[in-house]
Write a protein that binds this ligand. Sequence first.
Ligand code: PRP
Ligand code: URA
Length: 209
Amino acid sequence: MAKVMVLDHPLIKHKISILRNKDTGTGEFRSLVSEIAMLMCYEATRDLPTENVEITTPIAKTSQPMLAGKKLAVVPILRAGLGMVNGITELIPLSKIGHIGLARDEKTHEPHAYFSKLPEDIDQRLVILPDPMLATGGSAIQAVDYLKAKGCKKIKFLCIIAAPEGLEALEAAHPDIDIYVGALDEKLNENAYIVPGLGDAGDRIFGTL
Ligand code: PRP
Ligand code: URA
């Protein structure tokens, strides 16, 4: 089965609680999404391989660990995933960035693809796939389908809030990916919004409410 990690860190919990508040404004919301993404990325990169490299300090020559040659790509699911990109690339500035544009149909809740652009060598890269919300799971499943069709072998999906329904669906569809969740909520409502959730992540990040 997929490796699922619900991040249990007081800083992440605190920041997500502020996100949930309907009175949190766009500027603060955007900053928090970026900060949470950075904290989640710290956890998600815990298993990156390192190799020893010769370094000369002002005092001595030494052999010290640095990230091994593995290449990374950050591929946000548009729009809301964009809000998580800066926090991630601040930690791993050498990552390339791709984009997958998906919009959920308001009635059917099915995702519709409208854009994609990936680094040419995406099949050689470890892909970090951020999207703040995992609701029915349709968007994440479609994004992973697409990445796998492009040859991606190692994918880490990062979401700030997940519904149990979406998590179950994503795990079942893609048991070989790693899934990092900031908070696992109660359920979906009749409009397939996460309860209690935070509302529409894209609208709150971009101020399009
Ligand atoms: C939201 C969210 C996810 C998707 C989750 O995006 O950012 O991509 O819905 O729902 P699902 O798990 O049921 O597929 P939305 O389609 O609203 O687009 P946006 O980011 O442009 O607002
Ligand atoms: N998309 C969102 O932005 N929020 C939800 O609760 C569900 C889907």
